[in-house]
Design a protein around this ligand. Structure first.
Ligand code: FRU
Length: 489
């Protein structure tokens, strides 16, 4: 007798059917898109049994956010992804309102544990609530614990919310599981809580690591907590931030950098920086590569920009390029994973050429490129350098450097949008020792700009037609530049 299909079986059948209809040509070359339908946050990013696993917030049945599932893909090099069957569907009392964001950790017995937020739908006289759930599996199929939700509001001291309580990031150390999870405290607003468990099922509240106190936004989402170059990083994605210092208004990602006493579980915040200055980057998550690199990947979108974005493909949204993060002079730095070199082909190099009027360089055009431009500004009267990409007669995306002010403007307002939404970002870009470096990763409908070796990053989707492939360089006075273009295959 055949069993009735479960909701997850039905999603997996749907995926198989869709996969046959979808062509890889329509997708970005190396940025992960959902198999079909909608995607937001990266989840469960880990190295497990010889490959990287990346799960994602997923609504397979439409290109809009809806009841949250976990999509799943695996990769050897973080750039070529293979789809796996949907990992979680909202199909139990503990998560009927959605399987929200979370993470993964390998257990001592070799199984993979997923920790995620289960949303319990609203009922009569009851608002929707959030609590933490776990599921155990072999890397393809996962069984949800019957004890879910294993972390409830009742585990927390007074003042914490049962409505905004989500996004567990789990790891294993000192023979126990630890987790950071986001909450919205009645007075302190966004707050990150540390939890601990011997078995993944029985959890206790340890401490609150840090809180917004309305300084850095309202609710803090998708926390991550890791050691990096001798410092401790607490990374959060705040909602509804007010613009201040280098932070733009709205949704952003913040790195709180400080020291951590692992015995007392005391985190002391010492500095704060934006993680990405772009128009479309949110909710990143990191993992450790087997060689010790810390790799970060984010949703290459945000809750404001996605509303009006065109739905041109049978899927919507993509992840950022996975990035190596590291510390330099107290700052969190990022660069595309070095595996990207495996995609390089047809390299073109111009060593110290002098430009002034708008110039095209033979061989330097296209929408699939890893492009490095070094401005040698010493002795030059140049104040303004302008780089145009994705250019044709009616479109361009502009990167404008004001060398005297040490500021860069990323501007996609001529990139083909007809929407009255944010198209520009201003970001610090200072000349160091007579040089300013820009590295641009272009993958069809996106640009990721790494300034000065990853000191600051600007990530943005661009709606520009793919036929707009021009790249030009211009300076308001003669300027020497070195250009290295790697086309990507
Ligand atoms: C962040 C977020 C998370 C939540 C998920 C729901 O983008 O709002 O807090 O778990 O998306 O899809």
């Amino acid at each position: 007798m055949s069993k009735n299909p479960t909701p997850l079986d039905r999603v997996r059948d749907f995926e198989r059917e869709q996969a046959m209809k979808l062509s890889a040509d329509e997708r970005p070359l190396f940025h992960l898109t959902p198999l079909v339908g909608w995607m937001n946050d990266p989840n469960g990013f880990c190295w497990y049994k010889g490959q990287y696993h990346l799960f994602y917030q997923y609504h397979p049945f439409s290109r809009q956010w809806g009841p949250m599932h976990w999509g799943h893909a695996v990769s050897q090099d973080l750039l070529h992804w293979t789809y796996m069957p949907c990992a979680l569907a909202p199909d139990t009392a503990a998560d009927a309102g959605g399987c929200f964001s979370g993470s993964a950790v390998e257990m001592p017995d070799g199984r993979l544990m997923l920790a995620y937020t289960g949303v319990q739908p609203a009922g009569t006289f009851r608002r929707e609530t959030q609590a933490q759930c776990v599921a155990f599996g072999d890397g393809t199929d996962f069984e949800k614990s019957l004890l879910n939700p294993v972390i409830r509001h009742a585990h927390l001291p007074e003042g914490y919310s049962e409505f905004d309580f989500r996004d567990p990031k789990i790891w294993r150390e000192d023979g126990v599981y630890r987790m950071v999870v986001a909450n919205r405290h009645a007075e302190k607003q966004g707050a990150i809580l540390l939890m601990e468990s011997a078995d993944g099922l029985n959890w206790r509240f340890v401490t609150e690591l840090d809180a917004s106190c309305s300084e850095y936004g309202r609710m803090w989402e998708c926390p991550d907590f890791f050691e990096l170059g001798g410092r401790q990083v607490l990374m959060v994605s705040p909602q509804e931030m007010h613009a201040r210092e280098e932070f733009h208004a709205g949704y952003g990602t913040v790195a709180l950098i400080g020291s951590y006493d692992g015995k007392e579980h005391r985190f002391v915040r010492e500095s704060v920086q934006p993680v990405d200055h772009g128009l479309t980057f949110y909710a990143p998550q990191t993992t450790l590569a087997p060689d010790g690199r810390r790799i970060m990947i984010g949703w290459m979108d945000n809750w404001e920009t996605c509303k009006e974005a065109p739905r041109r493909h049978p899927w919507y949204a993509q992840m950022s390029v996975p990035r190596e993060v590291f510390m330099k002079d107290g700052r969190l730095m990022q660069l595309p994973v070095r595996e990207i070199k495996g995609l390089w082909q047809d390299d073109v190099r111009y060593e110290k050429v002098t430009i002034s009027e708008e110039t095209r360089l033979p061989g330097v055009h296209g929408r699939l490129m890893d492009l490095s431009v070094t401005l040698h500004s010493e002795g030059s009267a140049c104040r303004r350098f302008t780089l145009h990409v994705a250019k044709d007669d009616s479109h361009y995306v502009q990167i404008r450097c004001d060398l005297a002010r040490g500021e860069l403007v990323f501007d996609r307002s001529h990139g083909g949008s007809h929407r009255d939404i944010a198209h520009t970002r201003h970001v610090k870009a200072e000349v160091h020792d007579g040089e300013l470096t820009l590295r641009l990763l272009m993958d069809k409908e996106s640009v990721e700009l790494f300034i000065n070796g990853g000191e600051r990053v600007v990530t943005s989707l661009i709606p520009t037609p793919l036929a707009s492939e021009g790249i030009t360089f211009a300076a308001d006075a003669p300027l020497t530049v070195t250009v290295e273009a790697h086309h990507l295959k």
